[in-house]
Design a protein around this ligand. Structure first.
Ligand code: NAD
Length: 249
């Protein structure tokens, strides 16, 4: 089965990488379920892709029952799940001495538990189908550290471990796994950074001449996602690190 007609579920589809991936895959004829907490944003994506098969379901990935509902609705509409894209994420920035417990809990809930919820909800279906593909967005910060990003990095290292475990456990069941690890992408994630100095520093860096060397556009990451989904049946891209050419880490 090529990308056209594959059933793809995108979590965290309301903006950035998720929204760009939804648009590209819709153009390529995939059948989509898009999910996030902001239903109005999901409806905008539906409206701007008239004619495409797009189901929108609201969910907070940290809530297991809401993620399960996304998959149940997908099964009702399409009868299968070929790709689960665990892409929702948040990025508070702080030194370890300053991290508020609530912030840390929230980051674990979304970035780690959200991925586990996504995997748990599709595994029984993919095992039954004897095929499937789980893609999870980690980060270059899931491989390397930057000052202020220790907690975020912790979650992104964690999802790499979870995805490697999934690969080992499910390789006999024809379930592919991909860890997607982008460097800096120009999305709302930067605007949401809670540390003024880091946020404004990154925004200023984007405006410098040559800034295109320092950040990628979500559409470019979307094309990488389409590529890993469309590999031949007998091969999987297990890890994909994508850096802007000018980025150190
Ligand atoms: P973004 O903020 O535009 O997108 C994040 C998406 O996750 C949004 O749709 C948001 O609504 C959703 N989301 C957040 N919390 C959620 C929750 N509790 N339940 C459901 N949805 C939730 O930013 P982005 O850059 O497109 O981020 C997508 C992924 O890429 C994240 O996992 C992020 O950590 C990762 N990432 C981003 C960068 C970057 O530089 N932007 C680099 C590497 C990895």
């Amino acid at each position: 089965m090529s990308l056209k007609d594959k059933v793809v579920v995108i979590m965290g589809a309301s903006s950035g990488i998720g929204a760009a991936t939804a648009k590209l895959l819709a153009e390529k004829g995939a059948k989509l379920t898009i999910s996030a907490r902001r239903m109005n944003r999901l409806e905008e994506i539906q409206k701007s892709n008239v004619g495409a098969d797009i189901l929108a379901v609201e969910a907070d990935v940290s809530k297991a029952d809401e993620v399960q509902n996304v998959i149940d609705k997908t099964m009702e509409k399409y009868g299968r799940v070929d790709v689960m894209f665990n892409n929702a994420g948040i990025m508070p920035v702080n030194n370890l001495s300053e991290v508020a417990r609530q912030e840390w809990n929230q980051m674990l809930d979304v970035n780690v538990k959200g991925v586990l919820n996504g995997i748990a909800s599709v595994l029984p279906i993919m095992r039954e189908q004897k095929s499937g593909h789980v893609i999870t967005t980690s980060s270059v910060l899931g491989y390397e550290l930057l000052p202020g990003f220790a907690t975020y990095s912790g979650t992104k290292f964690a999802v790499r471990a979870i995805m490697e475990g999934l690969r080992q456990e499910e390789r006999g069941n024809n379930i592919k796994t991909t860890i997607l690890a982008p460097g800096t992408v120009n999305t709302e994630l930067v605007d949401s950074i809670n540390n003024d100095e880091v946020r404004e520093g990154l925004k200023a860096a984007r405006k410098q001449p040559g800034a295109e060397m320092m950040g990628m556009d979500p559409e470019e990451i979307a094309s990488a996602v389409a590529f890993v989904i469309d590999t031949p049946a007998n091969m999987a891209v297990n890890e994909m690190i994508i850096r802007p050419t000018g980025q150190e880490i």
